[in-house]
Design a protein around this ligand. Structure first.
Ligand SMILES: Nc1nc2c(c(=O)[nH]1)N[C@H]1C(S)=C(S)[C@@H](COP(=O)(O)O)O[C@H]1N2
Ligand SMILES: [Mo]
Length: 199
């Protein structure tokens, strides 16, 4: 698979259809957290986008609720090998949040309440591929699953969808996040089995 450059387009699909290589279908919704669930109230929750120049754009919960939302139905793929089909979310497209942010950045480092981080190419959270999700299955997003809100980036392994988001740092250079620093793949395309560094 080394001839494919990282990117959203042109990724080969597994011959088994919806299940990426090495995955099995799960029917429950496992909770995977590297630490305790931070309980963040919607009154104090905010998400800040910081550009490479240090310019900050902040949205409160009320700001976020004032933006038009979408209801994507997506398949989730966790690096621990479970996949969950047809999950129903509600959230705001990251295109909307990033539209007015002037940047030459190529990378994003997502920061969570609680300290978790994960890195992605900026293009992977643009063009309709990612949301700030705050609803799941017709309900508020439960705290264990990242509520008040988390980015949802379903075309990459689920560790790239940081729970309890508080910031998105736009960067000219790529900075590994929590799992990426611990040996996981810097990009994490489930369809290309990119679990660990070097895959
Ligand atoms: N803040 C934060 N986000 C996180 C994690 C975490 O430990 N902390 N775990 C990641 C991993 S490894 C996975 S598989 C998914 C799990 O999401 P879930 O608990 O909603 O299934 O969250 C990702 N986002
Ligand atoms: Mo995971």
């Amino acid at each position: 698979m080394g001839t494919f450059s990282p990117g959203f387009r042109g990724r080969p699909r597994s011959s088994s259809g919806r299940l990426p290589p090495g995955q099995y279908e799960a029917y429950d919704f496992p909770v995977l957290s590297a630490g305790p669930t931070p309980w963040v109230s919607r009154d104090t929750w905010q998400v800040t986008v910081t550009s490479e120049t240090g310019a900050e754009h902040t949205w409160s919960w009320t700001d976020l609720m004032g933006l038009p939302s979408e209801r994507p139905t997506v398949d989730l793929h966790c690096v621990t090998k479970w996949s969950k089909f047809d999950t129903h979310w509600q959230g705001v497209s990251l295109d909307l949040l990033l539209a007015d942010v002037e940047t030459a950045a190529e990378f994003a480092l997502v920061h969570s309440y609680g300290g978790y981080t994960t890195n992605l190419p900026l293009e992977d959270i643009l063009d309709g591929k990612a949301w700030i999700a705050y609803g799941y299955d017709g309900d508020d997003l439960y705290p264990e699953h990242g509520g008040p809100a988390r980015p949802l980036v379903p075309h990459l392994y689920l560790w790239k969808s940081a729970k309890w988001v508080r910031g998105i740092q736009l960067r000219l250079d790529d900075e590994p996040g929590f799992w990426e620093s611990a040996g996981y793949h810097e990009y994490g395309d489930s369809w290309r089995d990119q679990r660990y560094q070097g895959d």
